[in-house]
Each structure stands twice: as structure tokens, then as C-alpha cells.
Design a binder for this molecule. Structure first.
Ligand SMILES: Cc1cc2nc3c(=O)[nH]c(=O)nc-3n(C[C@H](O)[C@H](O)[C@H](O)COP(=O)(O)O)c2cc1C
Length: 369
């Protein structure tokens, strides 16, 4: 198991204390004994959501690895005060992959060199982001339009990084085709990248269409490095379907984990053939509060509560009378008020549930944090 140490990295004139792993991630390729040998399900990078708190919660609930939200290579190298994504980075959280974006091979290489000093499992390259301000600077999914640039970025990062490099792609820029996505994947593999994640939608599709898993299969057939499938996996059924349809080596889950970190336990139980008991109301409420408490520990009040609002809504989606309680807690700015409100709500739904013969599985009384 990796041990950890505090490391001070310099970003321009500023230095930053980060908890780094002392042992590097594995470097070999292939699926047995390679970089994915112990990884079945990965938490996707979700900008604005997969902060340190959320990553830790998902890793504790069975995600085998978490990818950070994208980090600007320019910001990192030029010491922008706004490189928010690396706040709270702690390699002791569990297996982490640090994702960077940018279009300049040299700067991407420099950023990879800085971050690989922290010994993450992977440096991950973002070739999927569709956001205008990023693609307008030729970053994210825009790199997919230029295979020559794609190859140069990958080669440079592989050269500069002291840990394995992975790339996360969309299936194309405009009209995704099996030929197009295979060319992209081969360019990445030829440049020495150790793993590819395929979000099976083109940039032009945003999130409008269903992910086309056959394009994940096309990549799997085209390369010999491990392939992670991504797009629309929402539980054990779709996990098994994606694995069977594409032959991918691991599966990445994004939106379905928001407010439902138990999805990782559920899939792990299904894979191992173990029984799985879904979380009770109490566990879901405890999960929500645990999340907010960690957020407040990191950012203080009221910021920690305000920044967790989106996540709170997602937790509530799976609970009764969600609309009513949501409107009450969205005005809370103090942890004490939020806890009191949620306690009252929990008592109410537990009473209703007890008097309902079709009640959801009972409360285990388990405290999550
Ligand atoms: C709010 C949000 C933020 C995202 N941020 C990133 C990001 O920083 N880097 C990245 O590679 N993908 C990002 N993605 C894409 C996801 O990682 C993932 O590829 C996509 O949501 C499809 O997977 P899913 O169907 O499991 O959600 C983001 C998606 C969403 C919805």
C-alpha cells in the first residue's frame, strides 16, 4: 500500500502544501497486472462537483479510483490564484488521477511534471471538454480535430510525467464514426499513453443523445492499452451491459453518483455476487449531512453549505417529500440550522414509513461520519 508524505510544490512564486504518495503508480500496460488491474469502477471528473469531499465519499463507498475535475495546465504553470481544482488535494484520499487540460504541448508537459511529483495513479489528459471558453482556446474536445496536435501533447506529457498518463476523450468532435474514434485512439496509444477513457458522445452531441457504446467497442478493438467505458451507466445492470457490449476494462461513472455515492457499493456487490441492501432514509440523510459537514470543514460557513447545495438536491431526489424539504434547506446557511431541519424531516419520514406497510427497508442506525 502507498505511504504518504507532505510535499511542497512551487507554483510560480507561491508554494503549496499537498499530501503526496511516496510510491509511484504502476507503470506497466495491459489489463493483467497493468494500471487497471485493481480498478473496476472509476468516479468520473465532474467540474464543480468532484471536489476532495465528494471524491473521498465515493472512494469510501467503493469507487476504485477518482479523477479530479480538470485542472488548467496554464493556470498551474503560470501560478494563477484560481487553480481551485487542486485545493484540498490529498493523495491519501485513495487512488487518484489528476486531470489537466490545455492545448500547448510544452505547458501540458510542465503541468504534468509538477503534478506527477505528487505520485498520483495517473496524469489524465482532458480531450473531451465541450465548454466554449476552453474549446475556443483549442483545448478539451477541440484537440480531437487535430490529430497532429493530439499526438504532440500526448508525447510531451508522457515524456515529462513520472507516472502513467491516461487520456479521456469524447468519441469525436462532430459526427462520431468508428473510423474517426479509432484514429484518435491509435494516435493516443502510439504516443505512449497507458490508458484511454471513452465518453461515447461527440462534442457536438453535448449530453443530448444517449452515449453510443459501440464506439467504446471500436476503441477497445483498435488499441491494446486498457480502455475505460463511460456514458450513461446508472447501476449494476448498465454496468454489466456496457462491459458485455464493449469489452471495456473498467467503467467510469459520473452523474449517477451525484447524491448517490452508494452506486459504487451496489456495483461492487453485484460484481462480487454479494447481497446488497440499499441505504435507508437515515443513511441517505446522514450521507447528505456528512457531505455538508466535510464541505464546511474545508470551506467554513456559509460557503461550505452554499457550495454543497447542488449535491444536497441530488441526495434528496431519492427521498420522500423532497420538494418541500429542499425549499426549506436551500435557505440554511448554518450547519446547526441544517442539521435541526434535517432531523425533523427524518423523524417525519421515518414515522410515515413505519406506518406504511410498504415501507422501504428499515433504518440500520448506521452513522456515516
Ligand atoms: C457537471 C459536469 C462536469 C464535468 N466535468 C468534467 C471534467 O472536468 N473533466 C472531464 O473529463 N469530464 C467532465 N465531465 C464529463 C463526465 O466526466 C462524464 O464523461 C460524463 O458526465 C458522462 O458520464 P456519465 O453519463 O456517467 O455522467 C463533466 C460532466 C458534468 C455533467
Amino acid at each position: 500500500m502507498d505511504s504518504t508524505k507532505h510535499t511542497r510544490i512551487r507554483l510560480g512564486g507561491r508554494s503549496l502544501d499537498i499530501v503526496a504518495a511516496t510510491a509511484p503508480g504502476p507503470v506497466s500496460g495491459g489489463t493483467s497486472g497493468g494500471p487497471l488491474s485493481d480498478i473496476r469502477v472509476v468516479l468520473a471528473p465532474l467540474c464543480g462537483i468532484t471536489d476532495a469531499v465528494f471524491r473521498k465519499i465515493c472512494l469510501d463507498r467503493g469507487a476504485d479510483m477518482a479523477v479530479t475535475e480538470m485542472i488548467s495546465s496554464e493556470g498551474l504553470v503560470r501560478n494563477s490564484p484560481h487553480v481551485r481544482s487542486i485545493r484540498g488535494l490529498d493523495m491519501a484520499e485513495g487512488p487518484l488521477s489528476l486531470q489537466i487540460f490545455g492545448a500547448d504541448p510544452e505547458i501540458m508537459g510542465e503541468a504534468a511534471a509538477i503534478l506527477s511529483g505528487l505520485r498520483p495513479r495517473f496524469i489524465d489528459l482532458n480531450f473531451g471538454c465541450p465548454v466554449r471558453k476552453i474549446v475556443n482556446k483549442n483545448g478539451g474536445s477541440a484537440v480531437l480535430k487535430n490529430l497532429e496536435l493530439l499526438g504532440r501533447i500526448c508525447r510531451r506529457v508522457v515524456k515529462e510525467s513520472g507516472v502513467p498518463v491516461s487520456a479521456k476523450i469524447r468519441s469525436g468532435w462532430d459526427k462520431p464514426t468508428a473510423v474517426g474514434v479509432k484514429d484518435i485512439a491509435r494516435t493516443i496509444e502510439d504516443a505512449g499513453v497507458s490508458m484511454i477513457t471513452v465518453h461515447a458522445r461527440a462534442k457536438s452531441q453535448a449530453f443530448s443523445a444517449m452515449a453510443d457504446w459501440m464506439l467504446i467497442k471500436a476503441v477497445k478493438d483498435a488499441v491494446s492499452i486498457p480502455v475505460v467505458g463511460n456514458g450513461d451507466v446508472t447501476g449494476p445492470n448498465s454496468y454489466f451491459e456496457m462491459k458485455a457490449m464493449t469489452g471495456c476494462d473498467a467503467v467510469m461513472i459520473g452523474r449517477a453518483a451525484i447524491g448517490n455515492p452508494w452506486i459504487f457499493e451496489e456495483i461492487a456487490a453485484a460484481v462480487d455476487g454479494r447481497d446488497y441492501t440499499p441505504p435507508s432514509f437515515r443513511e441517505r440523510v446522514e450521507g447528505l449531512l456528512c457531505h455538508v459537514r466535510s464541505s464546511v470543514r474545508d470551506c467554513g460557513e456559509p460557503l461550505g453549505i452554499v457550495s454543497a447545495r447542488r449535491i444536497m438536491s441530488a441526495y434528496l431526489k431519492r427521498l420522500p417529500n423532497a420538494r418541500e424539504i429542499r425549499s426549506k434547506i436551500m435557505t440554511c446557511t448554518r450547519l446547526g440550522d441544517l442539521t435541526t431541519t434535517m432531523d425533523g424531516y427524518l423523524r417525519q419520514i421515518e414515522q410515515e414509513s413505519a406506518s406504511n406497510t410498504h415501507a422501504v427497508a428499515g433504518d440500520t442506525g448506521m452513522s456515516l461520519c
